[in-house]
Structures are given as C-alpha cells and as structure tokens.
Write a protein that binds this ligand. Sequence first.
Ligand SMILES: CC(C)(COP(=O)(O)OP(=O)(O)OC[C@H]1O[C@@H](n2cnc3c(N)ncnc32)[C@H](O)[C@@H]1OP(=O)(O)O)[C@@H](O)C(=O)NCCC(=O)NCCS
Length: 402
Amino acid sequence: MQRVIIETKRLLLREMCLSDMEALSSILQDENVMYAYNGAFSDGETIDWMQKQLQRYKEYGFGLWGMFLKSTGEMIGQCGITMQEYKRTQIPEIGYLLARKYWHKGYATEAAAACREYGFNVLCFDALYSIIRDTNIASQNVALRNGMILTDTIIKHYRGVDMPHMVFCVRKDDAKSSSMETYKNTKETEVQPNPDMVFPVRDCETVTFVKPTVKNPNIIVGEFTYFSDTGFERHVLHHYDFNGDRLIIGKFCQIASGVTFIMNGANHQMNAVSTYPFYIMEGWPKTPPTAENLPLKGDTVVGNDVWIGQNATILPGVHIGDGAIIGLGSVVGHDIEPYTIVAGNPARVIRKRFDDELIGLLQALQWWNKSISEIQQLIPLLTDGDLMRVKKSIIKILEQNG
Ligand SMILES: CC(C)(COP(=O)(O)OP(=O)(O)OC[C@H]1O[C@@H](n2cnc3c(N)ncnc32)[C@H](O)[C@@H]1OP(=O)(O)O)[C@@H](O)C(=O)NCCC(=O)NCCS
C-alpha cells in the first residue's frame, strides 16, 4: 500500500509506484498535456521520470505525487512539491500535470492548494513557488488561484531548448491573508466584495480583476475593474518605459476580451522622410528621435464604470469619460465624453446615454468612490431603469451630503 500524503474533497495525493506506470505513460506521452515540456515523452523518458520521483520520495520525503480521483481510484495526474534550481539555490516548487480529459474541472487548483498547505504546515517552508513556461496560461492561472504572485521571469534550459519561464511565489505570512482571500471565493461561504481577488466570479477562470494582476507601475487600474480574460498586461501593447506614458483606468470598468490598448511606443517618427526605427535595430546608429520628433500623445485615461466592448482598440493618449460605452470592434482615436456611446472605426458618437442633468448628477455622485457598504446600498438605484426616480434619489442623496 503506497503512502497517502494528502486528501482533499475529491482527490487523494499518494506516492506513485511502478504499478502506476501505465497511467503515468498515458499522461506523459500525450502531446497536448506535454506541450509545455516541448512534446510527449518517450518510453525511456517516462521511466526516468518515475525513477526520479521514487528517488525524491526517498531523499526528501516528498516529490510529485500521483493524483487519484477518490470516486473511481483513477490516476488523473500528478501534483506535489519538488526542489528546483533557481538562481543557484534550491527552492520548493508546487508542480501539477493533469490528463487532458480532466482539465477545466478545478482539480489542479484543488491539489495545488492542498500542496501549499502541506508545504507550509507539514514541511515548514516559508515560501513556495511555481515555475511555469510563459506560454502555459492555464498553469499560470492555477498559480494565481493558489494565492501566488508573479515575482520573476527566467530562462530554463530543458530538452535542448531555452524556454522562458515565469516564477510565481506565495509566502507563508501572505498566504494567511491575501492569498487565502483570493482563494476564498471557491468556497461555499458568503463572501464580501473583495477587490484583491484575482478571480471574482465563482468557478470561472476567464474573468479577472485587473488591479491585483498588474505589475507594471505605468499601468494604474482602479478597484473592481475586470477583464473578461486573463493576462491583462499582454493587451497593453507598445508600452515602453522610455516613453513614460501611463495607462490609467478607473474603478468598476468592464473590459471585454480582445480589447487592446495601443500605447505611444506604437507610433514611429512621422515628421521625417522615413518612418523606419533604425535606432532599435542591431548595427544601426543607436540615437533615438527626440521626444519632440515623436508623435507622443501622453497618457491614456479611462474613467470609471466604462464598458469597453469586445475587440475594441484604444489608441494612444485617448481620454474616455466616466460611464462611456465603447462598441465592440471600435477603434477609438479621440476623447470620449462621459456617458456617451461610441462605435465603429473610427469610433463615432452614437448617442449620449442620458440627458445633461442626469449626467451632471452622476458625476457629482461619483458612486464608484464610495465605500463598499455604501455602494451595496446604492445598488437598487444603480440598476433602476426608471431614470426620473433615479434623478430624484440622487438629488436627495447629494442634498443630504451637503
Ligand atoms: C454599442 C452597443 C452597446 C450598442 O449600442 P446601441 O445604442 O444599442 O446601438 P444600436 O444597436 O441602436 O446601433 C446604433 C447605430 O450604431 C451602429 N453600431 C452599434 N454598435 C456598433 C459597433 N460595435 N460597431 C459599429 N457600429 C455599431 C449600428 O449599426 C447603428 O447604426 P445606424 O444608426 O447606421 O443604424 C453594442 O453594439 C456593442 O458594441 N456592445 C458591446 C458588446 C460586447 O462587446 N460585449 C462583450 C461582453 S462585455
């Protein structure tokens, strides 16, 4: 009987043995599962992999364990903790690998969270890591759900290939607060709105709050603004430090998938006879054009409660007012007034959403700047289609607030 290490709601993690070879082969020899490892393993590589885990159990007392469904006993993947080389030292890494038919069911997150607790409470590590190939978005999402944050990027040399990897980390002290908060929304308990959680929609890994995922200091995003995808920063293009331009987005914005923000680095010099950027190419003079010679348009600023439809593109330097709606597929090159609907390429005003009086009242109210409990109380007003009644209520609130 092999040693059971961890039991979760649906899974058992136990040490593997040679009788698990068949199940292990079906996972490691599936090209789809192994794309992050540069392809399926051969028989020899699969045997080596098993031997390595057996050796790890003996040497450290832990390794990658087999992940078994409690309901059927089937081995559906592996998850565990292994020591990995990072900057000339050894760090404990939570790793996971799942048979393809068990993807998107939350098993990796369930097992990884249990390994995190085991790593902190039983193995007494102060920090745990996951080192994940840059192209492996699904595993990066599991790390984020596991309360980890991106701390570094490195190149790993594996199977003869240099592969960029992202280093995610969770510290024991932080895990007690923020990461547990992040993970909390998967439990059946009543949760309060929490702007620091990455995945605000239960059991959904494709809607993310932007603020807790952004690392670039030149991207400033307000609380509760969400993106209907992961990896928001990859949708901010041509954003180079040397231009110093910032993307500033307010609170409670709704950004659909495929939206891109084009920053000033996209625009080549246009006041000379050639637009070719010689200075960025190897071997050519390295002198960049001066700022005056570049068509810099400044910061891109999006207000609060702005809804940006699917695949819209926002050009450099555009300012979008509070409550605006950007139609899907629009290309926005000019500033948009508050509470205005625009669409098309180039984006044109379709109409104002409300009359000037209500727009003025909404801008005076600034509901997005109120506390969570105040906003909770305002929700009936914010979702009321009777705009005359809404006006009267806002006037009353503003009068009460002096
Ligand atoms: C802009 C939008 C909200 C519609 O607003 P609306 O006020 O109901 O607009 P209408 O449907 O009445 O269209 C008004 C005009 O704008 C045009 N129009 C509307 N949306 C457009 C778009 N995305 N691109 C180009 N033209 C558009 C219509 O064809 C119509 O043109 P016409 O006056 O020549 O007939 C909607 O089209 C949209 O783009 N929604 C975003 C949906 C989305 O991306 N969701 C992702 C999940 S959050």
